[in-house]
Every structure is written in C-alpha cells, then in structure tokens.
Design a protein around this ligand. Structure first.
Ligand code: A3P
Length: 332
C-alpha cells in the first residue's frame, strides 16, 4: 500500500510562525490566515490541510461537498448520501442514516481523513472506498487540491444567507467552546461574535469570499460545480433533489418518481426526522462536536430573533458592497 508522505512538524511550525493570527471567542480560539482565509490552529489543522492539499488524488467519480460551516452541510450530506445509495438500500428502513450521523457517512477530508487524530479512515483507506466516493471539505475553492480542479470529479456547494449563518455559527461555536474549555467558559455576546464574522475572522472566513469563489466556478463550469442555496432548497426540496440527482449522473426515473422515492428521501433527510433519530441525539463527532448540535432549528429567517436592526443593516450593506466589488451575481 502506498505510504502517505508526511508533512514535517518543523515545516508546519515555520509556516505557522509566518502566518497572521487572531484570536476570537474571548481569546480562546486562535485562527491563522492561510491562503487568504482564516483557519483554526487547533488539532494540527494546518498540518492536515497541507496533507490534504498535497496528497489527495481525486477520482473522476468523486462527489465532493464543499461548504462554509453552518450553511446546511449536514443536510446536503444526508441528501447526497440518500440519492447516491438509493439502489443499495431500496428498503427505506435499511438506510445507514438510521444508524450513523451524516458526518460519519460523508467524511470531511482535511479533518476526518487527513487529520489522523480520530476514529475515521486514514488517508490510505481512501483508496479502498468504493466509487463514487462521497467526501466533504470546508476549504475555499482556491485552496482545493489541484486534482479536484483538474479531474472530472464534481463539487456540490451549499451557501446560505449571512444572517442565518452568523446566528447558527454563534450557537454552535459557543457549544463547541464549552466542550473544549469547560462549562464556565465565558462566551462572547452575539454583538462581539457578529463583529468577528463581519470582519471575516471566523473559521474558514471570510464568508462572502468563500461563497463567491464557488459561485463563480458554478457559473464558469456548471457541469463541475453545482451551487445550492439553503433557502432555495428549503423552498423546493423535490426540485433540488432532482437537480442533485441529475448533476451526479443518477437521475430519477419516472417510475421512481411515481413511487414516491424523492418524497421519501426528502422526508428522511428533513430536520424534524433527523433530529429525532437516536443516533443523532447523543455522542460526539471529533471529540468536541455534539452530534445533536448539527440539528438546531433549520429555519430560514431565524435571525429575526437574534440580531439587532443595526447588525442587519450593516450586514446587508456589506453584502451589497461585496456583490459590487466582486462583480458577482450572487445574492441572498
Ligand atoms: P440552524 O442553526 O440555523 O438551525 P451545517 O450542517 O453546515 O453545520 O449547518 C447547520 C445548520 O443547518 C443548522 O442551522 C441546522 O439546524 C441546519 N440543518 C441541519 N440539518 C438540517 C436539515 N435536515 N434540514 C434543514 N436544516 C438543517
């Protein structure tokens, strides 16, 4: 078996020292700016990112979900898994989603696989996964390993409106920090966290640049990158699940449609259903992330309960400004 080449600690150390750093979450979470985006420095994240960038070889059949945190990754993972595996588990009571959290079925490359720290398959095992491999990354488009760009593998991105994303990220981050630091962790207020999000200083931020990178690719190479918006998916799930299936080359037949296969998938992956599954109610992913914390409300517009009018106005102004600056047609 091919040995995975290592990235030396010295190299990581030197790189770390040369990169800009900030701390957020009341000075408890350090981020380093690598290739224009902020990444957590915990858990040797930079090292595993380098390993992923250098050693991952995409197969033409790979299906890679990409996302900014809290934009609907878990949802898209469960939908993609269901669509691709529907012939393996024709009986809906057999779907592995009943026994595994979606994050255990679609691995995150730079953490689960190349992070090496947890109970997931090691990089060598990537070769043993059957095609199509379903994988995930939070890296921005410009940091993806070259073979993802050059192979014929496909990328599915999910974006979400910034207001719901910042709220979702706030609650998730506070939980995560309490798990890391202890219950008495003094968490930042929403105002403080908003400021960090606004200035891009959150894991994988800046948010807009992350989305725009993939959005532009989805316009330039529509057969390579499919861009979902959380809100659109929420409004018209059947339509987008069909679109997803077509994009990955496994369209639904008319017979399947009339048998209600799409509706079953939508129902199975709905937040209300997923939230109630025993497997998603307890336990953790990667030590600090409670399985249940991936299913909070799943609503469009929950921000109205959490953000002040001035925060909303500032964020909207920033979105508009960036839309103009980037010359992008992406809007929420
Ligand atoms: P909220 O915190 O607004 O509820 P990610 O999967 O990228 O970490 O994103 C998590 C967000 O997606 C959370 O948003 C979560 O509740 C929501 N979510 C998780 N599963 C979902 C599903 N099946 N349908 C809709 N939203 C879902």
């Amino acid at each position: 078996k091919k040995e995975i080449q290592q990235v030396s600690e010295e190299e990581v150390e030197q790189l770390m020292q040369s990169l800009p750093k900030v701390t957020i979450m009341n000075n408890k979470l350090e981020l380093v700016n690598y290739q224009g985006f902020w990444h957590p420095s915990l858990a040797n994240y930079l090292k595993s990112t380098l390993l992923f960038q250098r050693h991952f070889r995409a197969r033409n059949t790979d299906l890679i979900i990409a996302s900014f945190p809290k934009t609907g990754t878990t949802w898209l993972k469960s939908l993609l898994f269901s669509v691709v595996n529907r012939f393996n588990y024709p009986n809906k009571d057999q779907t592995p989603l009943l026994k595994h959290h979606p994050h255990e079925l679609v691995y995150r490359l730079e953490v689960d696989v190349y992070g090496n720290a947890f109970e997931y398959p090691q990089p060598q095992h990537l070769d043993d996964l059957p095609s199509p491999r379903l994988l995930h990354t939070h890296l921005p488009y410009t940091s993806l390993p070259e073979s993802i760009m050059t192979s014929r593998c496909r990328v599915l991105y999910i974006g979400r409106n910034p207001l719901d994303t910042v709220v979702s990220l706030y609650y998730f981050s506070v939980k995560m920090m309490k798990n890391m630091e202890g219950e008495d962790f003094r968490h930042p207020s929403m105002e403080e966290f908003f400021e960090d999000f606004y200035t891009g200083r959150v894991p994988h931020g800046p948010f807009f640049e992350h989305m725009v990178g993939y959005w532009n690719q989805s316009l330039e190479r529509p057969d390579k990158v499919l861009f979902f918006k959380y809100e659109d998916l929420n409004d018209n799930q059947v339509f987008y699940v069909k679109k997803l299936a077509e994009f990955v080359g496994m369209p639904f037949s008319t017979k399947e449609e009339s048998q209600g296969v799409i509706d079953d998938i939508v129902e199975m992956c709905s937040i209300n259903n997923m939230k109630e599954l025993e497997v998603n109610k307890s336990g953790v992913i990667n030590k600090y992330f409670e399985k249940e914390s991936y299913f909070r409300k799943g609503e469009v517009g929950d921000w109205t309960h959490h953000l002040s009018p001035s925060m909303v106005e500032r964020m909207n102004t920033l979105s508009l400004m960036l839309e103009k600056l980037e010359g992008t047609s992406l809007s929420f």
